[in-house]
Write a protein that binds this ligand. Structure first.
Ligand code: NAP
Length: 380
């Protein structure tokens, strides 16, 4: 499988087309990038270039990890009008709400800051019903949105099906995030660039990951060679499931989506890699390399959640038009993997986009129309 690389004009390594070769290629890119980027650079605290006071910001998965830290840093640097945050269960919801309300109250008391309304909701990305219910709640509380940060995600821990009949991490990290972004597009679009209070452009920021470089999908599924089954069918086949590459696959797919949707909307969409961080993300995995990540890498090499959140704050507040459809790392636009930039990567990008939209349209007829996407243009 020779793949022409648009960026470098090199072939995408016939040499790597062996049962082990592709793994080396992906892991090499992944580790090389980690070493050259995150271990030599500590992201500086981004100054809020654009006025975020009075904005409406949504952060999913803000009950722990980098989502919670991003909410803290946002409140430290600005006074949004409403901060919508989500958790999986009631206990997490209450502790997240208590912490964020406390921060706001202290700011109001000490600095006379404008009070931010914290709006906490339960969101289960493993259920389309929950995603749709959450989107309705958001539309009830906010008629317009400035930032949607789709942070919530999980690492694959064995084969698990959701109530919607989809492998869990594929639905949580990819398909539900696509659905949520489409459901929220209309209220992000209300703030068109001509209609802005400030220069800040309304945006959807996806949590991408350098992990996309270690995806298995580019080597296991080729649109023209596997024409008899779709990519979603491929990923939904338990017999073809590989636990170790599923998380990277989901991160590749969400990155491809962020690049393709950019062609169809005026809302700014970008993807951010916060660096390899010391969170609980990898602890649920049973795959040997992931467990090593959890037990060893995490404590030795991982950066702090504070530094990771700085990269996210940059993507949601500071990054401007230059970040449209782009991949951000270390507070700058950065090249994604060789595969993403290759001809085959672009082919897969378009196919994955068509498939996921068709699938979601069959689940919620009229979804594309609501998102003001022309079904015939985007799905042909
Ligand atoms: N850690 C890293 O090195 C790293 C690197 C690159 C990208 N990322 C990305 O950063 C994001 C945040 O990860 P993290 O490192 O902060 O891990 P984390 O601490 O495990 O946070 C993940 C968040 O997502 C929520 N979540 C998990 N499954 C969910 C579901 N089914 N429905 C709704 N919410 C769900 C979690 O809720 P609970 O707390 O209630 O489980 C939690 O709030 C993820 O998208 C991850 O892929 C992380």
């Amino acid at each position: 499988m020779a793949m022409a690389d648009i960026a470098t004009n090199q072939t995408f390594a016939d040499a790597t087309y062996s049962p082990f070769g592709w793994m080396w290629r992906g892991y090499y890119e992944y580790f090389y990038n980690n070493v050259t980027r995150q271990f030599w650079k500590i992201p500086e605290c981004p100054t809020f270039k654009y006025e975020m006071d009075g904005s409406v910001v949504l952060i999913t998965g803000a009950s722990s990890g980098v989502g919670l830290e991003t909410a803290r840093q946002l409140l430290a640097g600005a006074d949004p009008r409403i901060l919508i945050v989500t958790a999986i269960d009631q206990v997490d919801l209450e502790s997240m709400n208590d912490e964020l309300v406390n921060i706001v109250n202290k700011k109001v008391e000490n600095k006379g800051a404008r009070k931010t309304e914290i709006a906490p909701y339960i969101l289960h990305l493993h259920s389309f019903k929950s995603v749709q219910a959450f989107a309705s709640q958001v539309r009830n509380i906010a008629t317009e949105l400035d930032v949607v940060l789709l942070n919530a995600g999980m690492v694959t821990a064995g084969w698990e099906m959701t109530e919607d009949g989809i492998e869990k991490s594929l639905q949580v990290n990819y398909i539900s995030n696509v659905m949520l972004s489409l459901l929220l597009l209309p209220i992000l679009k209300i703030r068109s660039p001509n209609n802005l209070r400030s220069e800040h452009v309304p945006r959807i920021t996806f949590l991408a990951s350098d992990g996309h470089m270690a995806a298995g999908l580019p080597f296991e599924y080729h649109p023209t060679k596997c024409a008899h089954h779709s990519m979603l069918e491929h990923l939904g086949d338990r017999g073809r499931f590989t636990e170790g590459t599923r998380y990277p696959d989901t991160k590749l797919l969400i990155l491809l989506f962020s690049r393709e949707i950019t062609k169809h909307t005026e809302v700014l969409v970008n993807g951010v890699h916060p660096g390899y961080m010391n969170t609980n993300l990898f602890l649920s995995n049973r795959n040997l390399s992931m467990v090593m990540n959890g037990l060893f890498m995490r404590n030795v090499f991982a950066r702090s959640i504070t530094d990771g959140a700085r990269c996210i704050i940059h993507a949601i507040t500071v990054a401007g038009e230059e970040s449209r459809g782009q991949y951000l790392s270390e507070c700058a636009v950065t090249e994604p993997s060789t595969f993403v930039r290759s001809v085959d990567g672009q082919h897969l990008q378009r196919q994955a986009f068509r498939e996921v939209l068709s699938h979601l349209e069959s689940i919620k007829p009229g979804l594309l129309q609501e998102a003001e996407l022309d079904f015939t243009t985007v799905c042909l």
